[in-house]
Design a protein around this ligand. Structure first.
Ligand code: ASP
Ligand code: MG
Length: 413
């Protein structure tokens, strides 16, 4: 029998009525002949509430105890879900991560999965049961409960789908699927029928926030077909899958905007071996995650180095570079905390020309100045003024016709 994993996020199981509706969704899959594994998140804002409870007692709670506490949110959901299924006449059994031996490393609050006891689940499925697994958690080799990081239930679901050879991993959520641009900013942005793992990974790290990036990485590695779809409607959502040749015809699959960024420019650093290493060593020791690094030589003596960070890291990052400013013989440190980054993503960029021109042209026409530009093989990003962020996303989305289905867009060579 084919297996399907169905993951329900916090909003889809927020109250009794929603759990019942989710249960009906599960029953439908059973009726369609599937063995079903359900992965659920903590209900509604339960994880946030538990974090607040912890912080009330201790501003810096031990990470082990934090995981012990947070894992209970998901445990509640799956047992309630099993009760709902039982009331609807189904044979269902719930498990915590530790009960199905979802073994992780011992990095509390951000553990990585090492192995899963698939046999145990197969046995239950073969008894005709629906198996419910608490998302977001595992257990280390010594029996300590661990969690996979915020949003980690997606990863549990995809990992189970991989371990059990499921036909599909359905991610039920409160949106219809993945849109080409944030529909709250770009009204009419189309829902994508499918997108590649690489594109969604670029979009996720650029703030599209639809799926936990680690879950997508897992899916890519183990070839899991992921279907992001609405928990309240039947419609087809978005399939995340391997790149297929037709995807290359779509030049730009999506556009994103990120507003929680800051940029630091080190102007006039001595142009000599080791200086770039010093800058990023200082940032790394301050645990600052850096992106979009650009270094350019300005004459034989000096170079400019710039990079982007999350705005919440700005003060630590500033201190980290100030500390080594003299050592680098740096003229000025220039900081911008009023930026946003607009990006377009598409595997078709590898084979089509004119994408950069179109993007920059759209921004120019909207009278938006570009502070800096960075690219990857399948992405172009422009830093713009934060005040113009929404306008920039709208201009770019319009230029690439993201309000139309790909087959209806003007043809490119
Ligand atoms: N409940 C956890 C969180 O809110 C995990 C999840 O929902 O995926 O981050
Ligand atoms: Mg989520």
């Amino acid at each position: 029998m084919a297996i399907v994993v169905q993951k329900f996020g916090g909003t889809s199981v927020a109250d009794a009525e929603k759990i019942r509706r989710a249960a009906e969704r599960v029953i439908k899959a059973v009726k369609n002949g599937y063995q079903v594994i359900v992965v659920a998140s903590a209900r509604g804002k339960q994880t946030d509430k538990l974090i607040a409870d912890a912080l009330e007692l201790n501003p810096d709670p031990p990470k082990r105890e934090m995981d012990q506490l947070l894992s209970t949110g998901e445990q509640q959901t799956v047992s309630l879900f099993a009760m709902a299924l039982d009331a609807l006449g189904c044979d269902a059994i719930s498990f915590t991560g530790s009960q199905i031996r979802m073994i992780t490393d011992n990095a509390y609050t951000k553990a990585r999965i090492k192995s899963i006891d698939a046999e145990r689940i197969h046995k239950q499925l073969d008894k005709g049961r629906i198996v419910l697994v608490a998302g977001f958690q595992g257990v280390d080799e010594d029996g300590n409960i661990t969690t996979l990081g915020r949003g980690g239930s997606d990863t549990t679901a995809v990992a189970l789908a991989a371990a059990l050879g499921a036909e599909e991993c359905e991610i039920f959520t409160d949106v219809d699927g993945i849109h080409a641009a944030d529909p709250r900013i770009c009204k009419g942005a189309v829902k994508l029928d499918q997108i590649s793992y690489d594109e969604i990974l670029e979009m996720a790290s650029l703030g599209a926030g639809v799926m936990h990036p680690r879950a997508v990485e897992f899916g890519k590695k183990y070839d899991v077909k992921i279907h992001v779809r609405s928990s309240s409607r039947e419609k087809h959502g978005t399939i995340i899958t391997h790149e297929v040749p037709q995807m290359e015809d779509i030049v730009v699959s999506g556009a994103t905007i990120q507003k929680d960024l800051a940029k630091i420019d080190l102007v006039g650093v001595d142009n000599k071996p080791g200086n770039a290493a010093k800058i990023f060593a200082s940032l790394a020791s301050a645990k600052v995650v850096v992106s979009d690094i650009v270094q350019t030589e300005v004459g034989p003596e000096k170079a400019n180095v710039s990079f982007i960070i999350g705005i919440s890291d700005l003060s630590v990052a500033k201190q980290a570079v100030e500390r080594i400013k003299a050592e680098l013989n740096c003229n000025t440190i220039f900081v911008r905390d009023d930026i946003a980054e607009v990006s377009v993503v598409g595997v078709g960029m590898r084979t089509h020309y004119g994408v950069a021109e179109k993007m920059f042209g759209a921004l120019a026409e909207a009278n938006i100045n570009i502070d800096s530009i960075t690219t990857s093989e399948i992405r172009i990003s422009c830093v713009v003024d934060k005040k113009q962020a929404d306008k920039a996303l709208q201009a770019v989305s319009a230029a690439f016709e993201l309000d139309k289905l790909p087959e209806r867009r003007a043809k490119k060579d």
